[in-house]
Design a protein around this ligand. Sequence first.
Ligand code: ADP
Ligand code: ZN
Ligand code: ZN
Length: 820
Amino acid sequence: MKKFADVIVPLPILGQYTYAVPAELEGRVCAGIRVVVSFGKKKYYTAIVTRVHEEVPEGYETKEIVEVLDEKPVLLKRQYDFWQWIADYYLCTLGDVYKAALPSGMKLESETLVVYNPEFEADSILPEKEQSVLDALTLDNEQCITQLGKITGIKNILPVIHSLLKRNAIYVKEELKRSYKPRTEVFVRFPQTIQQEADLHRLFDALARAPKQLAALMKYVELSGWVRPGSFLKEVSRKTLLQESGVTPAVLSGLVDKKVFELYHQEIGRLAKGVLDTVPLNPLSMAQQKAYEQIIGSFATKSVCLLHGVTSSGKTEIYIHLIRQVIQSGKQVLYLLPEIALTTQITERLRRVFGNRLGIYHSKFPDAERVEIWQKQLSENDYDIILGVRSSIFLPFRRLGLVIVDEEHENTYKQQEPAPRYHARNAAMVLASLFGAKTLLGTATPSIETYYNALQGKYGLVELTERHQQIQLPAIEVVDIKELARKKRMTAQFSPLLLQKIREALEQKEQVILFQNRRGFAPMIECRTCGWIPKCKNCDVSLTYHKGLNQLTCHYCGYAEPIPKACPACGGVELVSRGFGTEKVEDSIKEIFPEARIARMDLDTTRTRTAYEKIIADFEEGKTDILIGTQMVSKGLDFDRVSVVGILNADSMLNYPDFRSYERAFQLMAQVAGRAGRKNKQGLVILQTKSPDLPLIHEVVTNNYRSLFDEQIAERHLFKYPPFYRLVYVYLKHRKQEVLDQAADVMARYLRQGLGERILGPDLPLVARIQTLFIKKIMVKVELQASMSKVRAYLRQVQRAIAEDERFRSLLVYYDVDPM
Ligand code: ADP
Ligand code: ZN
Ligand code: ZN
């Protein structure tokens, strides 16, 4: 019987495609492996097989699979179940999930750009096809795969490219990450086969007639501190070994060929110093021990537990103890952190305890490294712990026992763009349940939804109310800046009290953090004469003034233009800035404290991971006195010498027309306040606001989460928001306003036919035009009791009907399920 394979292609199309399995590939095609297929006109893609069968597809002639790329599945059964859940729940395609899940190097397609790796040295002669691709790349070191196929005349080039990638001879080019230069180094170690002293003696004998290789081997033994089997070894870099032993790279390659050494790549952390010695765990305090036991107790009956502990209460210490327990039982742990909270600080803390059983998965790592981790997770020698960002939920696991979602309230766990617009916290819980594993959510400021679920008994709830070693929570002083501004007593954005406290801190060699949740110099500029405000030509937003760049920039599409000399509307030359961002704060502070060492941390100063780590390292080492930043400075960083935190303008966080703005403002302020005063003294937070009487301000001052929660949950109930209702936003985009308006009306009408009152809109979203496309939004609000799967089915049905309408041919429709 002829065989067929259903595959997922990395394209946003619904459904799967069926290809014929050619007889010569029959034994090699199975579910979960990657194959090369052609799709559309002469385009090749890496697809993933989901099923092999003998059902002849009807209505079209199948094409054949071109090539098989894997011997064993790269997509495991449970991962595939997980992908299906994501596609279904978040209303996207399996192709979308596939694209989000796999690193670029594992899903090559005709258009993928590859670049030559100038550091590549072949150990042996390359197969002819591979060599000719490399030759083509030396002429022009960045080309797309289709073009390479043309130049070399190789018909089926994807497997050749895959093989070159595996050798690290080429890289997949990543447009956005160009500036990232990983600090990685090549290290040397013994392979698994060399464990015993006898193995070592055998090597000495074998190399007796190769004095240079022998010298390198002996140097390695010395440098690594190899004493007896199983002893902890120091890591030895290839560079150090070459230097210290004085042998040539060729000698070392010879040893690698003989399998005496193996090479591995590793990012060199600031603190790593190449030692993989692990240290024992800190014993837990009484309060922590109690929390630990409560968590374990709650897992006996519930699959999710919330650990609500104030900043610095030792949540991370508790995670570490739980992780140890889980890996001792032979299971794996996935530890999720928001992107900006995944710092060297936390990495080192875990690495000290768990050594090389810890793998780190970061979206800013080079693609090749992510491929390596993926492959390692499929091997017998997989990591016990993965510490990673949002996308690490897609890694293959086989023995998952625990998922930790730290800072569970963070809205960056929600992917906004592109699809799948998944929430990593919620998706992680589903992933865990597929394994029968447990999920621990940790935070000092729970999201309203999570806390509600905990109070309802759906999740376990464990609270830690004291900081470790009874270090006091910071004192918070509220300053009414409206009143001060009226009396003209403000200096730039600073109240007299804040300035005085900054001065005192500087005198005592302590550090200061200033928080303003806006980057750039000013949110906008305005013509003093006629009120004209410059707007982006692609989007419906005002441009942000960046003084350092001398530019107006759009924070939605990146469009930038120079500052006009005069107002284009009235010719007036007086353009004034309104509001302020971190850049302006930096300017003013430099003027007031010219002798202070100042750094700024926001999206603009941290484009690369290295820049980001350097700002943190400098601050940690006391090379910076004042750190100014956006919410980035609030993220789980642990500094010792911060005595003053200034929140410059609490009100700017409250003016968003969003039902979560109070919740977020509280979270941000509580988190940033938590940076103040650690080891030896109580910190001070100066909270500047124009509305000192708001209940929210009082809740921040008293760190009264419960009061915030009660207030917010009442509002959510009243206005029909989550957790009482589920939301889905339907977005429609089109280049032409008239077509969009019509489509939105038609779609809303269809939706109302099936869902009635649950449909609101169409409306204009906050930003109604982005990158030249007009946007409309329809809101779906569904009561908890209703069946979401029926709602989703109906949404899909309506979308199909709209797609068939000739008038709306190039209309884009997508969904945001559980929007944040
Ligand atoms: P959280 O995660 O709640 O913010 P951490 O676990 O980071 O708290 O703890 C704050 C600080 O206190 C860290 O520097 C940590 O090393 C220290 N600490 C907390 N618990 C202990 C403990 N049991 N033994 C030693 N140090 C601890
Ligand atoms: Zn004007
Ligand atoms: Zn724009």
